[in-house]
Design a protein around this ligand. Structure first.
Ligand code: GDP
Ligand code: IMO
Ligand code: MG
Length: 434
């Protein structure tokens, strides 16, 4: 019963979409299991360059089934637009299915996301503003609207009346803003329900059948483990329930943990973070700009896929990395964007934290403590040669091999895949990932 989970192991944008696009050829089903359109996955392959927010990155493989599992929050306008853009570019969405159990992002979620952020002032989280946090908060508060509700318009009317009364109270009485009009929203969401109807499927059943037949199911994570509500850098995290961790994958698609054979953690060869929150190895100098703008001329610098915000940049943090390996019980790592380090004369890796004169073994729970830690670095020589055309580990410059082996050693899991460019084939498969 082989389900393989691919997660982001840092703060998101590690290259999960790119890794899934490569690995998808071995799977029968590829499924997203968490988050919403706060995620942005960029994929470059023989079909072109694509940005996906909700559709799984397996969609470019014609004969594969792609699923949006119950754990995903769906903004219908975003999903319908993504589907139509893909179709316009000749990518079939015939085998894309959405769970009726998905939560729906409603207009009040987007409004409240903005209002809550504004009210936090300088303590703002730096959310993507897509309404994802308020949508998951409502899910847990049992105030959510699900895709199933959009398909039953009579029920939706009752449900939305009750929910909107609460949300409008919040918008008007707490934030002093204009209430949302029921009729307009109701009509709009009934229409979304109609448009989504052809994509509704028993996602849980499709996964169960594939596993029963012994076929691979690839579970595509969104965001990063360090943005998880429990294990991440709380409160500077995302609100996905289930979380973006390996554990969340089972809940977000509807399988038990015994179905998972392997968990692959995607790591960038350095670190990035969008939004606010502690980032011990953050670089504040010209080097950050240099790494951020690598590939900028072709629109491929470190700028958010979803919001266009510049990503914060730092050295690889193996204290946080090891922590992530541990709470996700990773089987292996995929190391991306190695080529971005090609020009550097030397490269630092964070191997420890110091806090108030003491060495910390792992990531402290408190964000304010993490904010204050001093990273301890090890410095390795750079290779100063291009790596993008290399496809065998042994062909990498000695210094690049040494870097990868040191990362592997510090993380304590094998690096099975190295990516040296954004295109599908720009990868070194060290061990067949599955
Ligand atoms: P995701 O959210 O984890 O899927 O990652 P994003 O797509 O948001 O960000 C990763 C970025 O790095 C994308 O622009 C990818 O095209 C790009 N990328 C992925 N792997 C590599 C690589 O090995 N080298 C380079 N230069 N770019 C890569
Ligand atoms: P992918 O799948 C990077 C971050 C936001 C913010 C925090 C909370 O592309 O890796 P939210 O809108 O979720 O309430 O914002 O989480 N964040 C991401 N950062 N990549 C993502 O997804 C992210 N999804 C959420 O920037 O700091
Ligand atoms: Mg991304």
């Amino acid at each position: 019963m082989p389900a393989i989970v691919v997660i982001g192991s840092q703060w998101g944008d590690e290259g999960k979409g790119r890794v899934i696009d490569l690995l998808a050829r071995k799977a029968r089903v590829i499924a997203r299991y968490s988050a919403g359109n706060n995620a942005g996955h960029t994929i470059l392959n023989d079909k072109g360059e694509f940005q996906l927010n909700l559709v799984p990155a397996g969609i470019f493989h014609a004969n594969k089934t792609c699923l949006i599992g119950n754990g995903v929050a769906i903004d219908p306008a975003v999903l319908l637009n993504e589907i139509s853009q893909l179709e316009k570019r000749g990518i079939s969405t015939q085998k894309l299915f959405v769970s009726e159990r998905c939560q729906v992002i409603m207009p009040w979620h987007r409004i409240l996301d903005g209002l809550e952020e504004k009210s936090r002032g300088s303590a703002a989280i730096g959310t993507t503003g897509k309404g994802v946090g308020p949508c998951f908060a409502d899910k847990v508060a049992r105030r959510g609207i699900r895709i199933a509700d959009l398909l039953d318009t009579e029920h939706l009317q009752k449900r939305m009346t009750a929910v909107l009364e609460y949300e409008n109270n919040l918008i008007e009485k707490v934030f002093g803003e204009e209430p949302i009009n029921f009729e307009e929203t109701y009509t709009q969401y009934c229409e979304y329900g109609k448009q989504l109807q052809p994509f509704i499927g028993d996602t849980q059943g499709i996964v169960a059948d594939a596993l029963q037949a012994g076929d691979y199911v690839l579970l595509e994570g969104a965001q990063g483990a360090l943005l998880d509500l429990d294990h991440g850098t709380y409160e500077f995290v995302t609100s996905s329930v289930p979380s973006s961790t390996a554990g969340g994958a089972t809940i977000g698609i509807g399988i038990g943990p015994t179905a998972v054979e392997r968990v692959i953690g995607v790591f960038k060869s350095y670190c990035t973070r969008v939004g606010n929150g502690p980032f011990p190895t953050e670089l504040m100098d010209d080097l950050a700009n240099q790494l951020r703008d690598h590939g900028k001329e072709s629109g491929r610098g470190e700028y958010g896929t979803t919001t266009g915000r510049p990503r914060r940049i730092g050295w690889l943090d193996t204290v946080a990395g090891k922590y992530s390996v541990r709470f996700n019980t990773l089987s292996a790592a995929a190391l991306t964007r190695l080529d971005v380090l090609d020009n550097l004369a030397s490269i630092k890796i964070c191997t420890g934290y110091k806090l108030d004169g003491e060495i910390l073994e792992t990531v402290p729970a408190s964000a304010s403590a993490l904010q204050r830690v001093e990273p301890i670095y090890e410095e390795l020589p750079g290779w100063q040669q291009p790596t993008s055309e290399i496809r065998d580990f042994e062909q990498l410059p000695q210094e690049a091999q040494q870097y990868v082996l040191r990362v592997e050693n510090l993380l304590g899991v094998p690096v099975d895949l190295i990516s040296v460019g954004p295109e599908r084939e720009q990868a070194i498969i060290v061990n067949p990932v599955f």
